[in-house]
Ligand binder design. Sequence first.
Ligand code: HEM
Ligand SMILES: CC(C)=CCC/C(C)=C/CC/C(C)=C/COP(=O)(O)OP(=O)(O)O
Length: 299
Amino acid sequence: MAYVNTLNHYLLPAINRSRDYLAICKIKVVLMLVITAWVGIALAPDMSRTWLQQVMSLVGIGALSASAAAINHVVDRNIDKQMARTRHRPVATERLSASHAVAFALILALLGTFTIVVFSNWLCAWFTLASLVGYAVIYTYYLKRATPQNIVIGGLAGAMPPLLGWLSETGALMAEPWLLVMIIFTWTPPHFWALAIARRNDYARANIPMLPVTHGVEFTKLCILVYTVLLTLVCVLPYLIGMSGGVYLGVACILNGMFLLKAFELYRNGTDLMAMSLFRFSIVHLLVLFVALFIDKWV
Ligand code: HEM
Ligand SMILES: CC(C)=CCC/C(C)=C/CC/C(C)=C/COP(=O)(O)OP(=O)(O)O
């Protein structure tokens, strides 16, 4: 009996609370950001750094990304309350207080910055902090509410991790990692606008000027197609400058061919279901593309 009481009074609330803290980190998105940062490390010139230094750099970048996501949950709590997709979030439902979430984000930001400075360098720390501000403040606080181009401009913050990984390794700004940033930058609009089409009523209710709300679904489908063509072209650049080889190029061609087909189908007579299918595909696309960049380096 005493055992059951301990479980009910202490353990279960502690587990639920940890789940809430994990949820505000947007853990799956952060995992993907860390994978792209890891590829940035793998493709950088060999600096003979230890595994520990590399892993801890990724931990630092992940912690600052999670901190940015937690701040996004606080700043957006009133919007999140109005949207079906987000209304169950911990801060929106007030299961987790905004002040606790802010304190958590601050601790993550401090630990993350400390880790990057100790195991990498200040340049990487400054760029990662700038990405945090880009997402949590410039995109979430301002752009998201101000313009339908919000995710195009704000997308730069989420596109930075390959550069952050490269910087953590080399401590120097070079041209090559910017190509990887450009890939994610051009990938973001089709990734997000596909979801925004399916969830346009949510955004309209919350008064957020997402492209399908301000310019309609047909125009958004056209923009998705245009950005997918751009993405296809940008994806060839790592091969053209000799940063990646045939394995990467082959995988990129197949993935982008599929992306183009899906974007074209959506443009011609797409339903909300097809838009969601494109959104899900975009995530698989980016994951496989970056795994291919990694494998290509070692074959
Ligand atoms: C401004 C840029 C971006 C916007 C507006 C955006 C928006 C979104 C939204 C609204 C979702 C749905 C989340 C949910 O179901 O609650 C999502 C999911 C996701 N995004 Fe993005 N995204 C952006 C950039 C990125 C980047 C740069 C990455 C990775 C490199 C990424 C990876 C993912 C992943 C992995 C998911 C699935 C998460 C899950 O299943 O829980 N996103 N994104
Ligand atoms: C340090 C660093 C690399 C920072 C980047 C942090 C980060 C978590 C970027 C991902 C972008 C993302 C999930 C945007 C969705 O926000 P949203 O508010 O439009 O979506 P929502 O409605 O699901 O909250």
